[in-house]
Design a protein around this ligand. Structure first.
Ligand code: C5P
Length: 257
């Protein structure tokens, strides 16, 4: 069900934008692909409104907990049908059989990425469930809202740095497509696993924007220079007075890198 004031479908509106805005260059399109807009919004109408505002400038969206349970997965299907790439951020973790079967179902949606927690059993089962589909499994290394003290409190005896590298190695061994890590982890991860994994980095904050609950942050430019393949960006775009302008500024910041 598409919620739109005009009644036009999302696919039609996206196509209309594509036809009326031919000024988006191929270079911009490649750069735009690096920005994954986190649709962390309270309802579908807000998500549709944001997608409309960003138009054909944005090509990659992430749907996570906030929308998934209130129709966000149907929105994901609509976005995919409209030619957008979608990252399903459900951070799955369960026994291998349940993960494999669940991921097998998600693999039919046509999404580009799905997150699971980067435990060896979970990664391997997810990779098995996604086999033969276009779905790439991303291992969540350590939340960018967590630092060394938070890991100690959660019962771990490794630093963030060591745990991220361990999980990167395990993600690669399990056949994952990529890893979620902070931009500050990229150098260590690349040194440990080479180029085999796509590195996707949340905790992105344009200069001067509110950090919120994130603890390990970098600007878009710094993260791309550090070697991030994709940036996951939520509130700096979704909470901006003018999301299209905020998106455009990030695009401009990373465009020349
Ligand atoms: O609003 P903000 O830019 O902080 O959003 C970051 C997004 O990335 C959120 O959707 C959050 O769930 C996700 N994420 C994260 N840290 C991780 C994994 C995912 O912030 N380690």
């Amino acid at each position: 069900m598409i919620h739109s004031a005009s009644g036009a479908g999302l696919a039609a509106r996206v196509q209309m934008n594509a036809m009326t805005n031919k000024s988006v260059s191929a270079m911009n399109a490649d750069t735009a692909d690096k920005i994954i807009v986190a649709l962390d919004l309270p309802h579908l109408q807000a998500a549709h409104a944001l997608v409309s505002k960003l138009g054909d400038a944005a090509s990659f969206y992430k749907i996570g907990y906030e929308l998934a349970f209130i129709g966000g997965l149907d929105l994901a299907r609509e976005l995919i049908a409209a030619g957008k790439k979608v990252f399903i951020d459900l951070k799955l973790h369960d026994i291998p059989n349940t993960i494999e079967k669940g991921v097998g179902q998600i693999a039919t949606m046509g999404a580009t990425f799905l997150t699971v927690h980067a435990y060896p059993q979970t990664l391997a089962a997810a990779a098995k469930g996604a086999q033969g589909s276009g779905l790439g499994i991303l291992g969540v290394s350590v939340m960018t809202s967590m630092n060394d003290e938070d890991l100690v409190e959660a019962g771990y005896c490794l630093t963030v740095e060591k745990l991220v590298v361990l999980r990167a190695k395990q993600a690669k061994a399990a056949g994952a497509a990529g890893l979620i890590c902070s931009a500050g982890d990229i150098a260590n991860v690349r040194a440990a696993v080479g180029d085999g994994l796509k590195l996707i980095t949340p905790g992105i904050r344009p200069a001067g924007s509110a950090v919120g609950d994130q603890k390990r942050v970098m600007t878009p430019g710094e993260a791309i220079r550090a070697g991030a393949d994709h940036l996951v960006i939520g509130r700096p775009i979704t909470a901006a007075a003018d999301p299209a302008e905020a998106f455009g500024a990030i695009l401009a910041e990373i465009g020349g890198i």
